[in-house]
Design a protein around this ligand. Structure first.
Ligand SMILES: [Zn+2]
Ligand SMILES: [Zn+2]
Length: 456
């Protein structure tokens, strides 16, 4: 992800064109590989009115409960209520009716992270220079080039709007704005480090810091093979300084959930999700969601199921990014002024799917149909649907677009291989590797093909 440089979209474009796959319109070739803003997708939508039924794809997700004993526990019973609510939301908002959750068990946060992010872990070493450590490594010391590239995803004006009005005028360049943003980051982390738990220890005490670090959670999810969804009560500090999301820095500087790379998991291709109940159950006033005090215990679980779990699964399952400009039906709305509770109320009063999310849902539907066809050994149909998905997937997705297209290309190759067409399989693997040269699955398939070229 962030550290791994993918080749640009021009490569992708020429590679897929050679295979006869058109990708979007001609504007693609000029689009930089960074994530564009959500509004770029608008022209795609005007003429489409599709009721999507994704119910062909049955999916079982394994769930692990991970608890930090310093905060109110996610019990088995609470988890069941949360997951039931998440199912209902996925059916209502994304027409995804056939998902099942299987809770495998529970574990402490210390054990889960210790097991999956051992000392000397390569992922952790890769992220260490980007990590904020209270009292040790400040956000302002991270490589400014990385921060500049990250902020380049947004217009300067859009970024400015997160700052207090009195400061906006002085923010005349990305560099000035980055300085101010990172100062705010450091100030926020310092303030959070001063919070005390009931037993008098610091929320960010050195012995607890690793299990409360987003960077550690990123690496744990990358390495683990325990579950597709980790439901936790953990407080997770946003400590990734190379990606200073203004809405995180100016809010609570914590992470409520994320859809992340998880190499060993396949239910959601190479991804897993974590979702935290922390801000809905904590008694630390700074972190409490606005309006949470007025909710019953059951209502809190419903908010978690909808606005945290189903929202994160919207990212992971349908590649939907966060949106700032979608109608009130939208499950993916992420706004500075919309908290979990008010967001949940918006969704309750506007049932049904978001029309502007349909292109993503439709593109992903082709992938589900392809998977089904492959299970039934209808490989030609699988290939056809995967090509359709490659063509239709909007370029602004959750995760890395180029990587995702490489993943789909590898799946096309697998289907060609099942048909005994090794030449076509080679071509698609070549296309995948041109855009993602370190794609492990593509590399190992290519190696196999070189050893025994005729093996189906
Ligand atoms: Zn989100
Ligand atoms: Zn939407």
């Amino acid at each position: 992800m962030i550290l791994r440089q993918e080749r640009g979209l021009a490569w992708l474009f020429s590679g897929l064109a050679a295979l006869g796959v058109g990708v979007g319109g001609s504007s693609y070739a000029q689009t930089p590989a960074v994530t564009p803003t959500a509004s770029d997708e608008a022209p795609l939508l005007a003429s489409r009115r599709i009721t999507t039924d994704t119910s062909t794809a049955a999916l079982t997700l394994e769930v692990l409960l991970v608890n930090d004993p310093d905060f109110p526990e996610v019990t088995q019973k609470a988890a069941e209520a949360i997951l039931t609510q998440a199912r209902a939301t996925l059916a209502d908002k994304l027409s995804f009716t056939t998902i099942t959750f299987k809770v495998k068990g529970s574990e402490s946060a210390a054990t889960f992270l210790g097991r999956n992010v051992p000392a000397g872990d390569a992922c952790l070493a890769e992220y260490e220079p980007l990590r904020v450590r209270p009292g040790q490594h400040q956000a302002k010391n991270v490589d400014p080039k990385l921060v500049r590239r990250f902020l380049g995803r947004w217009e300067l004006g859009a970024l400015r709007s997160f700052f207090p009005e009195t400061e906006r005028e002085a923010l005349t360049s990305y560099e000035v704005l980055a300085d101010k943003l990172l100062q705010e980051f450091d100030r926020k982390v310092e303030a959070i480090a001063a919070f005390k738990l009931k037993d008098g220890t610091s929320l960010l005490a050195p012995e607890k810091l690793d299990q409360r670090s987003y960077v550690n959670w990123i690496c744990a999810l990358r390495n683990q093979d325990d579950a597709d969804l980790i439901l936790t009560n953990a407080f997770i500090l946003y400590d990734l300084a190379s990606e200073p999301f203004p809405h995180s820095i100016f809010a609570k500087c914590k992470v409520g959930g994320a859809s992340l790379v998880s190499q060993k998991r396949r239910a959601i291709y190479r991804r897993a999700v974590f979702a935290s109940t922390f801000s809905m159950v904590t008694d630390l006033p700074f972190f409490q969601e606005e309006g949470v005090g007025a909710l019953s215990a059951d209502e809190r679980l419903a908010v978690i199921g909808t606005f945290i779990v189903a929202h994160e699964l919207g990212h992971a399952l349908f590649k939907l990014p966060d949106f700032y400009d979608h109608p009130p039906e939208c499950l993916m709305t992420t706004k500075f002024e919309t908290g979990y509770v008010s967001g949940y109320r918006d969704l309750l009063s506007h049932p049904g799917p978001c029309p502007k999310c349909q292109p993503w849902i439709e593109a992903k539907r082709s992938v589900f149909v392809a998977e089904e066809a492959r299970r039934e050994q209808r490989y030609d149909a699988a290939i056809e649907n995967l090509r359709l998905a490659i063509k239709r997937t909007p370029k602004h997705i959750d995760g890395n677009y180029v990587r995702y297209i490489a993943d789909l290309s590898v799946q096309v190759a697998e289907n060609y291989l099942a048909l005994g067409k090794s030449k076509e399989a080679q071509q698609w693997l070549g296309a995948a590797l041109r855009i993602a040269p370190d794609h492990q699955e593509a590399l190992s398939m290519q190696k196999q093909l070189q050893v025994s070229p005729l093996a189906p």
